[in-house]
Design a protein around this ligand. Sequence first.
Ligand code: CAO
Length: 415
Amino acid sequence: MGKALDGVRILDFTHVQSGPTCTQLLAWFGADVIKVERAGAGDITREQLRDIPDVDSLYFTMLNHNKRSVTIDTKNPEGKLVLEALIQKCDVLVENFAPGALDRMGFTWERIQELNPRMIVASVKGFGPGPYEDCKVYENVAQCAGGAASTTGFDDGPPVVTGAQIGDSGTGLHLALGIVTALYQRTQTGRGQRVLAAMQDGVLNLCRVKLRDQQRLDRTGVMKEYPQYPNGSFGEAVPRAGNASGGGQPGWILKCKGWETDPNAYIYFITQAPVWAKICNVIGKEEWATHPDYATPAARLPHLKEIFAEIERWTMTKTKFEAMQILNEYDIPCGPILSMKEIAEEPSLRKTGTIVEVDHPTRGKYLTVGNPIKLSDSPTEVKRSPLLGEHTDEVMAELGYSPEQISALRTAGAI
Ligand code: CAO
């Protein structure tokens, strides 16, 4: 079966996490992704957080599936010519260098347009135009500058970053959408364009509901679904909301049987209004279904702490999976807190290709997260990440270089 992006060639000049997540998605959708790396070194993540000596790290392998690797020294004059040939042959150049690095290499937008007016140049940067545009940025900086950290954690503690890589992988996802959109527009205009996804913007986009809350707070001075209500106090800015739901249906994380020894024996419980009477039945508080202090969502808001404490008395008598099964019978929305170990071993995720086992020539078998976006006409087959420069000769031959020319370029240190 063909793939959605068959025939699209990506010059993948990305490194670390944000850019590689984007180009990996495009590769999974069928694009030919040619990753350009520095000879002898490669993407720095190949050697970061290694668990096996001299073997590409899981950090690298899990972000670079289905790609080809070519080594080029793009600061060497002959290496530059090879990159120019690639620019002429590819549809999209994706990069996430520090601001200005591509220009310093001699590949300005204007130069790239001269070489290939159809080329789409897609970049991840830490910040968009403004006071911080020249800054280098990593994941947690973006989480802090994008509003995630100030709104995550508990009221009495410091700002907290999340393990979900919303700055890197989140921005890679935004960039991938920008690229396919630009490819679509090119079918009408015939022209390439620049695509920019700034990590601060990407994080803020994912924190949209917190900007919603800032404006609600400005207007009313209070947010009744936040744990600060009714006994705590609100300041000028959206406070950290602990495990509150963030939506119109109050929720919280509650202990389950075994919580004393298992750090993940918890369940997320949502007191969804339409099933309130069922919740009262399940926890043995039938009278709350009609009591004026508990019967309506508005009446319940000042009592949420007490309500969750009562529900927790019930969840603590069940394992998170037992609670999940019972609550699902009543259509009560809830979710177990799953550890990474439990997720890695979950058969249904293996079945859908969300968790995939991949074989690698030097590492052996390892698990990765497959394509989370499933297309019925473009199924994803996860292929191992390339070794450094594994496809240099193959790609050079496709560009028209003879074996002698390739070997001369290698001797000159250009590839
Ligand atoms: N041949 C020759 N030179 C190469 C090359 C190649 N194949 N590939 C890269 N280089 C050079 C670059 O041209 C650059 O040189 P100059 O500094 O002389 O211009 C140099 O390598 C280093 O690039 P860098 O500044 O991007 O890398 P860094 O490790 O210092 O910074 C990072 C890393 C991530 C902080 C920075 O790239 C950045 O801010 N990127 C944008 C935001 C981003 O994507 N952050 C997410 C990081 S985690 O996913």
